[in-house]
Design a protein around this ligand. Sequence first.
Ligand SMILES: [Zn+2]
Ligand SMILES: [Zn+2]
Ligand SMILES: [Zn+2]
Length: 749
Amino acid sequence: MGFRPFVYRLARQLGLAGRVRTDEAGVTSEAYGPASALDLLERRLPIERPAAARVETMRAEPIPPEPLAAFEIEESGAAAERRVAIPPDLATCGDCLRELRDPADRRHRYPFTNCTSCGPRFTIALGVPYDRPATTMAGFRMCPACAGEYADPADRRFHAQPNACPACGPRVELLDRAGAGIACPDPVARAAEALRSGAVVAVKGVGGYHLACDATSPEAVRTLRARKRREEKPLAVMVADLPAARALAELTPAEEALLDSVERPIVLCRRRPGAALAPEIAPGSPLVGLLLAYAPLHHLLLGDAGRPVVMTSGNLSEEPIAYLDEDARARLSGIADLFLCHDRPIASRCDDSVARVVAGRPLVMRRARGFVPRPVRVAPRLSRPVLAVGAQLKNACCLARGEEATLGPHVGDLDSLETYQAFEGAVARLEEFLAFRPEVVACDLHPLYLSTRYARERAAALSAPLVQVQHHHAHAAAAMAEHGLPGPVLALAWDGTGLGSDGTAWGGELLLAWRGRFERLATFRPLPLAGGDLAVRQPWRIALAALLDAFGEEAPVDRLPLFASVPAEELRVVRRMLAAGLHSPPAHGAGRAFDAAGALSLERAHSRFEGQVALALDAAFDPGEPEAYPFEIAAGAGGVEELDLRPLWRALCGDVLAGTSAGRVSARFHRALSRAGAELIRRACGRLGDLPVVLTGGCLQNARLAEGILGGLDGSLQVYLHGEVPPGDGGIALGQAVVADAVASGRSE
Ligand SMILES: [Zn+2]
Ligand SMILES: [Zn+2]
Ligand SMILES: [Zn+2]
């Protein structure tokens, strides 16, 4: 799709004869002509490829001459079509953008302009092969002009499945909150006007509905937050283009490239001081999530609005994003004043992806639109098809076969019927698209995750083995698979919480990992979580546990401002629970240490979403502070080393009592944790020799921590961060698949 016509045009331009086709191997081209022209073809192919195409390997070999008159595109067989199944959705290309803005073009201001280099793909696909009748464009009959483009191999729209124009394609319409159509000559211009005057507009996009409002207006943002019941989580902001992004954020070249990439993720950037953005967009954070317009409808809307626009998922807090028209109208009518809709159905829900630059390279934190369903190449290859269902939070599934692992779109936390149904739907759709029949089903060790229950049922129905994979081993294996590391590796998996093979909660692990097994080398000294998961939303409970661990009964609880905001009776009860070990399972999670440090230094007893206090601690960081808190590494039970943070808690507590700024406390804490991570790795290398190192787990989304650990390691070590596979639970299914394949094959290496 797009690549064959590109080869065709290039070969013709060079005066070559021959053919190009897709087959099991990928794209094969046989070209005949003078050696110099053949040489040019070989050199120009990878350089001038379409923006959306990736050339992974290329091989050239001489073939016997054939007397051909011209260069042609060969139709391909069904098997080949399936192999290059369905591409991800692609951001509007430069050529289409020019047409969109050209008053003389027949697609001037047409919101569904696309070509073989851009446009919707995965989100409009209904089945395979990916061909117009199997997309949601099937109901639109191409006009003669569009049909001509579609049939002409020399045209940019040759076999562009969603090809359309104002005469034959989808149309936008504007509805009021009751669903009644509003007659107007230009619904997009009218919606932009409404945005400028403070309205909340539901916009039907590529993979679902967004809720949009004026990002420069505090009042509009407050209204959106109140109606959506999303009180504090940061909101993404869409801008028209890179110059508009530069006006709002201080961007590095790597961040600009990521923003402008064909995947168009939301990119976490450093907000420019004084940027024209409502502070309510990301309260208390120096960062802002920006994304560039990626569909023609966005380009028109942003252009007409003439300002940055909040573009957040169309849902009530925690629900899956709305993508079906009736459902969206039902669920969003209490939030949006207007609906900017269209009649091109969305077949698959797909959120915006989220990424950031860490250590100079892109790191995907939420993998969805633009990436799904492009497979991740894994090495070594799997010996059988594995369905891996992920964990409970930030769920995404993975279907892995041979050298390719396809991660499903981000679904969210599996704690409601709606998200669970979205999860089931995502698995079923990918299985159908890939003609995938699992021979092994993989899931987490945790028996109560909905994904685990689903996996058990599926395995039984398929009579396939079920392999339960330890959470942090799966994180490690995801990083190994992404980087083609066969193992053994040292895997620093710092995370929130995952069930360990000893039945306790793990999360601050250093593992020696192979695909089929692992050894636990080091972990965090455990802290009791009073009230279990409740402690995640109430980080004061973890802070209290850390202080009691560090000081014993002498802990200066009464003098610390954090605890003044906790009701005295609650404090007494929790203290008693901790002393008696009641409902206080020990947890080794690294994430909890960040929560406790943030709670103590920022006087934040509660967290509205997981990791909120840790993010606030990160935001407070004072780069001018060079010191780090002390810590110890002790020999623990069973030869597992323990990172002992009691000295850190004592010093941090002293700082807070002495009135040291939160910025300095944050810096000393982050530097200590970075040093501890590097020190654990160095010690392991001292015992085992130098091994490749992977840094994984949800905490490694923290750029400061990841870069700090990297900086503390010897440059001669091979250290790998995640790239297009999320380090958090959104990438864990890939690791589950790889481990399950090794286990089911009886390989322990
Ligand atoms: Zn295009
Ligand atoms: Zn047309
Ligand atoms: Zn995890």
